[in-house]
Design a binder for this molecule. Structure first.
Ligand code: OOG
Ligand code: NI
Length: 457
């Protein structure tokens, strides 16, 4: 990389992630309080559980822990999405996965922009959950037209950001000074704007259709709506939040608490009501609620078989509620969830033996001293010549994401948009296919096995 004279995309991403965090902390001070709480709990957890610290070190997760966060944005048009893909590409972030939220009553579909190689993830795992509004799911034709007109009029990127994206594409990279300028310009797209682009009446129309539509359409750009630090003990953070003036949603989304964490557990705090000015309000304030905070705990990435089992058990727990939203009866939901997940093996060895999770392998000091001596992987593991840790899940979960959307949009589950997954249409808007996350985990596992082979002979 040094020979090209270009800044590394991983470093640009790390720097962008830090800049976003600083901006959001200034915009939403409660996010800073949340960061402080998460850092305290992470430190306490690592001190109390040295084995966990070792496992995180092996997977390259320890050094990235304090750097770790994801954010979310929502855009209004195919062109905005396609340009975002080009902007994120400058930072080595690719669209991974397709998420349909329409079945959960949110008229969007989404992907996650993130780094795709474990070496890059180690430098900065920053991800952005990115949703595209689906105006075609709105029945009200005049409203749809008004929204489309408003979106057609706005430009969410600065001229300089667009020029630097193009320069990156033509030159194949950005020099360090260009990269600094890119980070500053890209940040502008995600900034909060108190000044709306619509009249009070227009805002009301958009809002009455769905609060999300007002959030996407009535502003100058796709303000970052939350940033999420990664905690090692989400239940502890959830429990401590009220003491720090933060009110969490009632239910932690995702799998239940386990000895061996899997996939992703998330909880958020309610969106803040913020003052905004409409074009006709002469500075008098209206209000808009969109921005919130969230925490996440990440565990093992599951194979397709593991994921199918997860989906099945989650569905069992949710069906058990008999139509009552989980948020309304959190205790019962937690009990149902724990009961259902008794059928999911809860130790790393069983997950590995049953092919439910992806693993990263590394030779131990003993293994390096002995060499492989023709032993197979199972024997090498059993004899302590090779160690393994689950690969951490880097993606999102559609049912959980729907729960997060609902909690910050202030509504309960609605199904008025039916089940309308349309990946082909999303990819067309994006201008490229989304990457299959399973292929990425498989490659990570494979590379670790190849490295073992090379080192042990
Ligand atoms: C995104 C909600 C989903 C997550 O972590 O699953 C999400 C949004 O509200 O725009 O953030
Ligand atoms: Ni989130």
């Amino acid at each position: 990389m040094p020979t090209t004279g270009f800044a590394s995309p991983d470093d640009i991403r790390a720097s962008f992630s830090r800049a976003m965090s600083a901006m959001y902390r200034a915009e939403v001070p409660l996010y800073g309080d949340l960061l402080a709480l998460v850092a305290d709990v992470n430190q306490g957890t690592l001190a109390a559980r040295p084995a966990l610290a070792d496992a995180l070190r092996l997977g390259g997760d320890l050094e990235r822990l304090d750097e770790e966060r994801h954010g979310a944005i929502r855009v209004g048009t195919a062109e905005e999405l396609a340009t975002l893909a080009r902007l994120f590409a400058v930072m080595g972030m690719q669209p991974v996965g397709y998420y349909d939220l329409s079945s959960a009553g949110v008229p969007v579909h989404s992907t996650a922009f993130r780094a795709v190689h474990e070496d890059s993830l180690r430098i900065s795992p920053f991800r952005v959950f990115t949703s595209l509004l689906r105006l075609e799911l709105i029945d009200d034709a005049p409203l749809r037209e008004m929204a489309a007109d408003l979106l057609a009029k706005r430009q969410i990127f600065t001229a300089k950001a667009l020029a630097l994206i193009e320069q990156h594409e033509v030159q194949g990279g950005l020099t360090p000074p260009e990269a600094d300028s890119f980070v500053a310009e890209a940040l502008e797209t995600f900034r909060w704007h108190r000044q709306a682009t619509v009249t009070q009446a227009q805002y009301q129309l958009l809002h009455d259709q769905h609060r999300l539509i007002a959030d996407v359409v009535a502003f100058k750009g796709p303000h970052i709506n939350h940033l999420t630090p990664r905690t090692l003990d989400i239940d502890h953070v959830q429990q401590q939040m009220p003491a720090r003036g933060i009110t969490p949603k009632a239910v932690v989304e995702g799998p239940p608490q386990r000895k061996q964490p899997i996939l992703l557990r998330q909880t958020s705090f309610k969106a803040l009501e913020e003052a905004v000015a409409f074009t006709d309000s002469q500075g008098a304030a209206g209000s808009h609620t969109a921005r919130f905070g969230e925490i996440e705990q990440r565990g093992a990435a599951l194979t397709p078989a593991g994921r199918a089992l997860y989906d099945q058990l989650l569905e069992r727990a949710r069906t058990g509620l008999g139509g009552v939203p989980a948020e309304r009866d959190p205790q019962r939901y937690t009990a149902l969830l724990e009961e259902a997940f008794r059928d999911f093996p809860d130790d790393a060895q069983a997950l590995r033996e049953q092919g439910l999770a992806w693993f990263r392998y590394a030779p131990t000091a003993k293994g390096l001293a002995e060499g492989s001596r023709g032993r197979d992987l199972t024997t090498l593991l059993a004899e302590g010549a090779v160690q393994c840790e689950p690969v951490i899940y880097e993606d999102f979960l559609p049912v959980s994401a729907a729960g997060i959307f609902q909690s910050n949009l202030g509504g309960e589950a609605r199904s008025e948009y039916g089940s309308n997954a349309n990946r082909a249409q999303f990819e067309q808007a994006l201008g490229r296919p989304v990457i299959d996350e399973m292929a990425l985990y498989e490659q990570t596992q494979l590379r670790s096995l190849q490295a073992c082979e090379a080192q042990l002979g």
